[in-house]
Design a protein around this ligand. Structure first.
Ligand SMILES: NC(=O)c1ccc[n+]([C@@H]2O[C@H](COP(=O)([O-])OP(=O)(O)OC[C@H]3O[C@@H](n4cnc5c(N)ncnc54)[C@H](O)[C@@H]3O)[C@@H](O)[C@H]2O)c1
Length: 260
């Protein structure tokens, strides 16, 4: 299927590792120019080099996205260099364990900034270009907003905001033909996930327990499987899909837990 993404300029926050990196790779393979916005220069450069060495297009901008000014600079870089932005994938974030008991005002606000504020700011600053291109937005969201996890109030609140903003923007942007959708992720073994599992006394047992509860094939979702849905939703092929929150999770959130 041709996703009609050739030479489209797509911003991918956190696009150098994990789920974001899989999205960047998938976009480049479709002939688009993904522009990674991420805080780690060496990770950004490594992914760009991998793709360029394979004859594909990719670019990056180093920014710490919890800083609003850096969000603005990142979008200005893309807009000025390419003269267009055809899509935005909001993905960067961290499950930082700021709980009701373990947290405080400053840490809660910091978590919210790391996980939600830049979703708003990147969309806000990219909007003039997205209006011009009739582009699309895809937000990556954690199932924590629906299921809870415990000891992660900041991250849960931020993911609730990501869900709400998906529908809110889908409505606000109807007049501009800009579609806004989300992919909800449950369990995908990325760098972030690896660090989280390592925080348990017996991480291997915890991982095996989680996998045993994932209905479809008793395994985690690969970043590539998430990326395929994200890139499809971003593409003009999904031209009448907007305001949707799609779970790519092997049935983890919705299917009957009694099924073996
Ligand atoms: N892995 C999972 O199972 C899972 C589950 C639910 C939701 N998610 C969501 O998926 C998204 C990506 O997660 P992942 O597991 O791929 O993480 P990851 O840590 O493997 O990769 C995240 C990337 O984003 C960058 N990044 C993070 N915060 C940033 C910031 N403030 N400024 C600039 N760059 C920043 C990191 O440097 C890294 O390159 C997150 O928003 C997370 O909420 C992941």
């Amino acid at each position: 299927m041709d996703l009609h993404l050739k030479n489209k300029v797509i911003v991918v926050s956190g696009g150098a590792l994990g789920i974001g990196q899989a999205i960047t790779r998938c976009l480049a393979a479709e002939g688009a120019t993904p522009v990674i916005i991420g805080k780690d220069q060496s990770d950004n450069e490594a992914t760009v080099a991998e793709l360029q060495n394979a004859g594909l297009q990719a670019d990056h901008f180093v920014a710490e996205l919890s800083d609003g000014a850096q969000c603005k600079n990142a979008i200005a870089y893309v807009s000025e260099k390419y003269g267009r932005i055809d899509g935005l994938i909001n993905n960067a974030g961290i499950n930082d364990g700021v709980g009701l008991e373990s947290g405080d005002e400053a840490r809660f606000l910091d978590s919210y900034k790391k996980n939600a504020l830049h979703y708003y700011l990147l969309a806000h600053y990219a909007l003039p270009d997205l209006k011009a291109s009739k582009g699309a937005i895809v937000n990556i969201i954690s199932k924590v907003a629906e299921t809870g996890q415990g000891n992660t109030s900041g991250y849960a609140a931020a993911n609730g905001a990501r869900s709400a903003l998906t529908r809110e923007w889908a409505v606000e942007l109807l007049p501009y033909d800009i579609r806004v959708n989300a992919v909800i992720v449950s369990e995908s073994f990325t760098d972030m996930y690896r660090k989280w599992i390592a925080s348990f006394e017996d991480g291997a047992a915890k991982k095996a327990m989680i996998e045993s509860r994932i209905p479809f094939q008793k395994r985690m979702t690969t970043p590539g499987e998430i990326a395929s849905m994200v890139v499809f939703l971003l593409s003009p092929v999904s031209s009448h899909t907007t305001g949707q929150l799609i779970h790519v999770d092997g049935g983890y959130v919705h299917l009957d837990r009694a099924v073996k």
